[in-house]
Design a protein around this ligand. Sequence first.
Ligand SMILES: [Zn+2]
Length: 213
Amino acid sequence: MESISATPSNGRTVVEVRGQVIAPGFIDLHFHGQDAENYAFKAHDGVTTALELEIGVSPLASWYAERTGKALIHFGASSGHVLAPMKVMHDPGDFLPSGDAAHRVATDEEQLSILNVVRQGLDEGAVGSGFGIAYVPTAGRAEILRLFQLAGDRHVPVFVHYAGIGGLGWSDYTASRGHRRRRGRTPGLQGDVIGYWLARIADRRRPNPLPEN
Ligand SMILES: [Zn+2]
């Protein structure tokens, strides 16, 4: 789009858009194929910004450097929690964990390293923290809360693929609140669950320092 004017302007192509919405470009918040081929397809769909927010990217600095000045569209990524335990626990998985990060509870020392990996990603320009809690079902409540605290301290948003039944969230959450889990109820972004996590974010307004490396 070159310009917007109340008076007629001359262009080579005239498009009738009465009754339509015109946007300078769409932002895709849930996009995993961060390469030149996929960016070209995105551009054809009118997407001008593709963000990897759920799984995120780690390490971030080299990822940004590889794309800067070369990508067809805008790009960005979160510092992903799923990737941090994969790195720290030497998980052989590619995009998602398949080994220890998916099946073993991280030791206290590993959890501190996970926190530091996510923190480093934020230092390197992540647009927020990404959580694929369903993909790291052994990640405990304390580990997730610490990462929420980190995001709160940095005033960055969190992008959350919430846990399913059997993972962190729903069963723990309902157990902690004394709710009985109802068969067939879909876990996910139920209103009261959103309220629970918003309350955790609000908690961060109170001082409660995180362990430093
Ligand atoms: Zn996804």
